[in-house]
Design a protein around this ligand. Sequence first.
Ligand SMILES: *Cc1c(COP(=O)(O)O)cnc(C)c1O
Length: 396
Amino acid sequence: MSFPARAVVDLSALASNVRSLRAHAPTAQLMAVVKADAYGHGLLPSARAALAGGATWLGTAQMDEALALRAAGITEPRVLTWLYAPGAPIARAIEADVDVAVSSASALTEVVAAARAVGRTARVHLKVDTGLGRNGLTPVDLADVLPGALRVQAEGAVALVGIWSHLAFADEPDHATVRAQHEVFADAVRLAESAGARLEVRHLANSAATLTSPQVHYDLVRPGIAVYGLSPVPQLGEPADFGLVPVMTLEAELATVKRVPAGHGVSYAHQYVTPVDTVLGVVPLGYGDGIPRHASGTPDRLGGPVRVGERTLGVAGRVCMDQLVVDLGPEAGEQAGDRVELYGTGADGGPTAQDWARAAGTISYEIVTRLSRSVPREYVGLDPQTGAPAGTAAAR
Ligand SMILES: *Cc1c(COP(=O)(O)O)cnc(C)c1O
């Protein structure tokens, strides 16, 4: 492979993060959320590593990803999928033993029709909008939908196995909405159970709530970002404070190293001008690869951090489509081909996805998720095909 950069994905770190999260929520099962290609880490290898760490559920937003898990032979864990529009392949999901979320009366109608068409019972999790204002049945909708849902359950078309919801301010555990949403959720659970639903799982907690709000763990927690070793609450703690290790390291080889005089403009619009005679290094990654252009740098404010040897430097000037430039300084000893690191575990003071998020004015979720599929993923730590222990690297 000639691409001069790669994302090294440490699957043993991922499995270890799942073990840490289970220790934070010892009374609940754990659903590893693997939506968006496992937050950019690779759907199947990440799912297998999460199972190796003790996850018993996998969650995806898109139905295609849930089907891809089953098609790859991941048959043991329960899989839940929750985001679809009218006309989605619900029948295929039911046949593949994928649990489906229902967020509206019309979605329930479609699920029932699909279940009847394939002659199987659809396992349904009713999603309640307890205050996020996104997907889900409002409490009023839930009361309307429940009688019909229980009727079709009696016929065997569906099994109401879950009630679930999602928090708006999980990353601010003391925010009044956390308690308010919890109360609405508890009411929804009571309503469903008193109407005759026999729920297997009630679930409300994402990563932040898994780590900081034990009162909402219920039967199942649904962490995403923390599985990948990034802190969902950077203002409250670093990954290590929660027993987490960042899973992805983004590294590249310097494409060019060259000496330029003082006053040399760097990259489009010369947003950076060399203050002294210096050495520039070209890193062959840009916004076409998912590096945020918002992390460009100026002389006053260097952009996204880049580790070069023992030093952490910053992007000089504009991030371009395929490349970015680092001012290596007048004494630089680096050569073309030397390895640089954009983000990784943060051990020894190295840069992290959280640092890039800060430089670009976004969250770490977006930094890892947006990394283009053009950047090869290299798996270490566990066998990406099986999740079994392995010491060697294998490319996808
Ligand atoms: C993405 C998502 C999660 C995981 O959220 P994190 O903040 O990454 O832990 C959990 N539940 C739902 C419904 C989601 O959409």
